[in-house]
Design a protein around this ligand. Structure first.
Ligand code: CA
Length: 223
């Protein structure tokens, strides 16, 4: 999934990015309200972690502007400890959940998982495609009940393909999800990652759609 983190404290922001990436997501971050607001309006995210105390534009205003513009991605706000009025104001402004600082990263990840589970059709923490099962909580993959070792790039690639199983995804789309930070992302390397992933999955799982991209199908379903 694609997550946006808006947090002005550099150390905390880096910790959030690291922990959420390690959970298998693609993370983008912003260190102030103006750039955070811009990213959340210009790009699609599956969820947002939004600090309320931000320079240039405070978090509540960011949230109100998103909601006012019809942006309805789930938002988890970070509030100052014991500032109950902030929580109330945040919920009123359209936050889906809140967490008071300081918090344990494990709790943040659990809240984020709950938010992502509530979204869309992925009510389960496990995604399936034929014999392939991806556990979004543990960031683990099994094929026919046997664990599959994947690199983080391969995992991100498979997550996106499974999330949008049956849909054709372009090389550009796949590389945007894999290299959130790389300025020199190269869509040719996607072919290399797809090739490696393909060799680890049951034959026929990843179809190449000439001139368009790739699609995940149930192996042996003849699709
Ligand atoms: Ca802050």
């Amino acid at each position: 999934m694609r997550i946006l983190v808006v947090e002005d404290e550099p150390a905390l922001c880096a910790q959030l990015v690291e922990a959420i990436s390690a959970a298998g997501h693609t993370v983008e971050s912003a260190g102030d309200g103006v750039s955070g607001h811009y990213l959340g309006e210009a790009e699609d995210f599956d969820a947002v972690v939004l600090d309320l105390g931000l320079p240039r534009l405070d978090g509540l205003s960011v949230l109100r502007r998103w909601r006012g513009a019809g942006r309805n991605m789930p938002v988890l706000i970070l509030t100052a400890r014991s500032a109950w009025h902030e929580k109330v104001a945040g919920i009123d402004a359209g936050a889906d959940d809140y967490l008071a600082k300081p918090f344990h990263m494990e709790e943040l990840l659990a809240r984020l998982r709950a938010l992502l589970r509530r979204v869309g059709e992925h009510a389960s923490a496990e995604w399936r495609c034929g014999p392939i099962v991806l556990d979004t909580r543990q960031a683990r993959v099994q094929v026919d009940g046997r664990p599959l070792q994947l690199t983080s790039h391969e995992f991100k690639l498979l997550s996106l393909l499974m999330q949008r199983k049956g849909e054709v995804l372009s090389r550009t789309e796949l590389s945007e999800h894999i290299y959130a930070y790389d300025s020199d992302r190269d869509s040719n390397t996607i072919e290399v990652f797809v090739g490696r992933l393909r060799r680890k999955l049951p034959p026929g799982s990843i179809e190449t759609v000439r001139g368009m991209g790739y699609r995940l199908v149930e192996a042996g379903a003849g699709a």
